[in-house]
Design a binder for this molecule. Structure first.
Ligand code: TPP
Ligand code: MG
Length: 335
């Protein structure tokens, strides 16, 4: 029998060989996502933000490691938990925050909110409130890239729960048949809303499904930005060479509730705390770079200061922006 082309890997490059610029960008991106979301959480709970909020806290290494391999001409499709992907792809923080506040200056003129942020200027084609709604859109953007003879790729992010939607199988099959440059990035965070992973999914490793569609897969610790970066790098290189789609499975954990306000009756506080204490991607990164003496405390502090200023500015921008005009109520509607 043929061996499945699915492998497990962790980062092999010594941290000192990454170069200071890349290491600083990892820290800045992860910390920007973390602080942006903590700010959104605080202001949502204070009643300043309408709608629903799903937080990506604890999963920052995935968006950061994948996106460090992509440029503005590469496309991504995101999920209902999309702030991290959007920030890592380079969207404007001010316009993102304004969108979450439902303000006129938001990147979708305040009509989309948290679950529908898009910024085409950086190749971020959209968050998506429909679980599993991104695969076929990303297959479309990958098809466009291929037909235009570009070396660019598309990536679709999705959760363990979303991997059980039929849309996954449709897109994976077509991407394989047409050899589309489409990276499937599974964020295996152990829960789909209130449902623990193994009670609803047929395989221990979701990446095994890649085998059925004849695409290579890599499984990594999704809380280790170095492993995500290196694995995604290999798969993106494979796709840019015209070999077709690939699958990256990132093992992570959703440390926050499914949405802000989730009573979390389906798991214990101890389980959550253990993951926070032992697997936090930002704390893990800091420990590694400081131990390797690849960055100093001062390097980290300078980034922390810059991030705080950007978050404060984004919040101020959102708060001070006007509400959309009533006259815009019926514009931008496809019917
Ligand atoms: C088609 C569809 N079915 C159900 C829902 C309700 N829903 C929103 S998020 C979610 C769970 C998604 O879990 P997963 O894909 O693992 O992503 P995670 O929330 O863990 O990041 C569900 C069932 C939805 N939004 N869309
Ligand atoms: Mg999940």
């Amino acid at each position: 029998m043929e061996q499945p082309n699915i492998i497990r890997m962790s980062a092999r490059t010594p941290i000192n060989e990454y170069g200071g610029e890349l290491l600083r960008s990892f820290y800045e991106t992860m910390l920007t996502i973390r602080r942006f979301e903590q700010t959104v959480e605080e202001h949502f709970l204070a009643g300043h933000i309408p709608g629903f909020i799903h937080l990506y806290i604890g999963e920052e290494a995935i968006a950061t490691g994948v996106m460090a391999n992509l440029g503005p001409a590469d496309y991504i499709e995101s999920t209902h938990r999309g702030h991290g992907h959007t920030i890592a792809k380079g969207a404007d923080l001010n316009r993102m925050m304004a969108e979450i506040y439902g303000k006129k200056t938001g990147c979708c003129r305040g009509k989309g909110g948290s679950m529908h942020i898009a910024d085409f200027s950086v190749g971020m084609l959209g968050a998506n409130g429909v679980v599993g709604g991104g695969y076929n859109l990303a297959a479309g953007s990958a098809l466009a890239q291929k037909m235009q003879g570009r070396k660019d790729v598309s990536a679709v992010f999705f959760g363990d729960g979303a991997s059980n939607r039929g849309t996954f199988h449709e897109a994976a099959n077509l991407a394989s048949v047409w050899k589309l440059p489409l990276l499937f990035v599974c964020e295996m965070n152990e829960y789909a809303s209130t449902t623990p992973y193994l009670t609803a999914t047929s395989v221990a490793d979701i990446s095994r499904r890649a085998y059925g569609y004849d695409m290579p897969g890599i499984i990594v610790d999704g809380n280790d930005v170095f492993s995500v970066y290196e694995a995604a790098g290999k798969l993106v290189e494979y796709m840019r060479a015209g070999n077709g789609p690939a699958f990256l499975e990132c093992k992570t954990y959703r440390v926050k509730g499914h949405f802000v306000g989730d009573p979390e009756k389906y798991r214990t506080r101890e389980e959550v705390q253990k993951n926070i204490d032992e697997r936090d991607p930002i704390e893990g990164f800091k420990k590694k770079v400081l131990e390797a003496k690849a960055l100093t405390d001062e390097d980290l502090k300078a980034i922390e200061k810059k991030v705080e200023e950007r978050i404060k500015a984004a919040l101020r921008f959102a708060e001070e922006s006007p509400e959309p005009d009533v006259s815009e109520l019926m514009t931008g509607i496809y019917a």
